[in-house]
Design a binder for this molecule. Structure first.
Ligand SMILES: [Zn+2]
Length: 322
């Protein structure tokens, strides 16, 4: 399998887009696609770089103009998005996985593809490598996201070409990926959820070092998510059996839900469900399961008890006021 390291440049309107914006029209219009292809040894084998002639915004946004080295006149020599995109996908081949600096490129790419009614990149969520995330987690062991230039400086990679053009940023991202211990990072895939699993079969279940992740299909109503049997189930991801809950699902904010179960063989497992809303306005769950200690379980129970107490007191106060 090949790795396609992708980077995009995009433009936006100079007008205030919060007012009367047509939701069908993307806020960001892609104006350049740059990519490098890596083989299994993460060596660069091919390059892709194309400008796109804009169809939506015909003047350069003041911020865009400051950041990237591109003139509107240059773009007019480019071809339109669907044409370039088709060529790009052909160039990608059949067996590949995307790698990008952060999750935004794939989001904007799919928004633009959607706008032109192009076929989606695959069925359901899209597996990819978020090199920015890998750099934070694996290299600097910190959760904050760094800029690409930070990573280039960190590895003392030669800055041959200026930043903020699609091809150069894709090239630098590939260089950062090359510096990482592939045996460790290759398992750490991310999932883009622009397209949700359409049915139970397409739902994502993966085991990472130290935890497991589950991405559900979409639901029309928010309350349906936690009512779903699979979402609310507590399984041990090592023996795949349903294991007994030690704490019922608890939510401090209606967005994140927590539960605890105990596997006779593997110990305490803590579950966290985040209920999210997709691009297509559907609700879905991202559940992580992680082994934990009895001390941490106790802490969670205390937190829940305290929350309950606060809610009870609030109710009392309200009823008194009435
Ligand atoms: Zn188990």
């Amino acid at each position: 399998m090949e790795i396609i390291v992708l980077d995009l440049e995009w433009n936006q309107s100079n007008r205030d887009q919060k007012k009367n914006r047509d939701p069908e029209i993307p806020i960001f219009e892609i104006i350049e696609i740059g990519a490098v292809k890596l083989n299994e040894n993460r060596e660069i084998t091919d390059c892709f770089s194309q400008l796109i002639c804009p169809q939506i915004y015909h003047t350069m946004h003041r911020i865009t103009a400051d950041i990237i080295n591109l003139e509107m006149d240059e773009l007019k020599n480019g071809r339109n998005f669907p044409e370039v995109m088709e060529e790009f996908l052909k160039w990608c081949g059949k067996d590949y996985v995307f790698a990008t600096w952060g999750p935004l490129d794939l989001l904007e790419l799919q928004r633009n593809m959607n706008y032109y009614r192009m076929e989606s990149l695959g069925k359901g969520p899209l597996k990819f490598y978020d090199v920015q995330k890998l750099f934070s987690l694996e290299v600097i062991k910190d959760k904050t996201r760094k800029t690409l230039e930070f990573a280039i400086d960190y590895f003392q990679i030669e800055k041959k070409v200026p930043f903020h053009r699609a091809f150069s940023d894709a090239y630098y991202t590939a260089k950062v990926l090359e510096k990482m211990e592939w045996e460790r990072v290759s398992a750490l895939v991310s999932y883009d959820t622009f397209h949700l699993p359409r049915n139970k079969k397409e739902e994502i279940k993966v085991i990472f070092p130290g935890y497991a992740k589950y991405i559900s299909r979409g639901f029309e109503e928010k309350k349906e998510v936690m009512e779903d049997r699979e979402v609310a189930s507590t399984k041990c991801y090592l023996c795949r059996k349903n294991v007994k809950k030690k704490m019922r699902w608890y939510t401090p904010n209606g967005k994140n839900y927590y539960s605890v179960a105990y596997c006779e063989e593997h110990g305490y497992i803590k579950y966290k469900v985040r209920v999210k809303k997709s691009e297509e306005e559907k609700y879905y769950a991202v559940k992580t399961s992680k082994f934990t200690t009895i001390e941490k379980v106790e802490k969670l129970r205390e937190l829940r008890a305290r929350d309950k107490e606060i809610k009870k007191n609030k109710k009392k106060m309200l009823s008194k006021e009435e």
